[in-house]
Design a protein around this ligand. Structure first.
Ligand code: CU
Length: 230
């Protein structure tokens, strides 16, 4: 109902309760009692969302360039390294529902990176030890990491049995949104709620269990002919 104000993904750990309260104050006279109480329930959900103190882990992710190979990478790992590992290498491996802080660090003096993290929306905690800019207070999935900057992000990796999302175990991308960087080779993956030996989950039970390489992005979830009647 309130998808315009409070998209479902916002419930995934970001605290917009304060903003939501402002909306409520502004709209209270215009809304029915039922609408107001439903909105209050939404706010309560937001307030219960993840907090910095809930973080189980602080991870450091360095966005950088190897001056010998001229290849960009995340934590010294390139996408080629991940391919060579049979898609088993991951840059992070939170459990389902974990709250984490990721510190994104750019020590270089000459490059900036708009870093995009799939699956989650995050909250920007700080930029170079200071409060984030006003325009980055909302739910974000790309963070601008300027020259010599260090940014702290708070995020939650899905929730168990969340009716809005289903179970979000799997592998997800993290990459620079500068395509030249991404393609050479600033792209990585992280797993959520998986062990290295786990197959990426597929809720479609019609898929025959023919996969033998559980970590391969295509073979683990192969295409199949859907011959069921329309
Ligand atoms: Cu970049």
């Amino acid at each position: 109902m309130f998808s315009f104000f409070l998209p479902k993904h916002v419930k995934h750990g970001l605290q917009f309760a304060k903003d939501a309260r402002k909306i409520l104050d502004y709209k209270r006279d215009l809304w029915s009692e039922e609408t107001v109480s439903e909105f209050q329930r939404e706010i309560a959900q937001l307030e219960a969302a993840c907090k910095e103190k809930d973080a189980k882990k602080i991870r450091n992710i360095r966005v950088q360039r190897n001056d010998v190979t001229n290849v960009w990478n995340l934590n010294d790992m390139t996408w080629d390294d991940i391919v060579a590992s049979g898609y088993k290498k991951v840059i992070a491996d939170p459990a389902l529902g974990d709250v984490e802080i990721w510190e994104i660090e750019n020590k270089s003096g000459g490059w900036f990176h708009p870093l995009h993290i799939h699956l989650i929306d995050f909250k920007v905690l700080s930029r170079n030890g200071k409060a984030p800019f006003a325009w980055e207070l909302g739910a974000k999935d790309v963070i601008y990491v300027g020259e010599a900057e260090k940014i702290r992000l708070l995020m939650q990796f899905g929730k168990k049995d969340d009716p809005d999302f289903g179970v979000q175990t799997g592998r997800y991308m993290i990459h620079c949104h500068n395509l030249v960087h991404e393609d050479h080779d600033m792209m990585s993956q992280f797993s959520v709620g998986l062990k290295q030996s786990d197959m990426d989950p597929d809720t479609n039970t019609n898929v025959p269990p023919i996969a033998t390489d559980y970590n391969h992005p295509i073979k683990a979830d192969p295409p199949y002919a859907d011959n069921s009647a329309p």
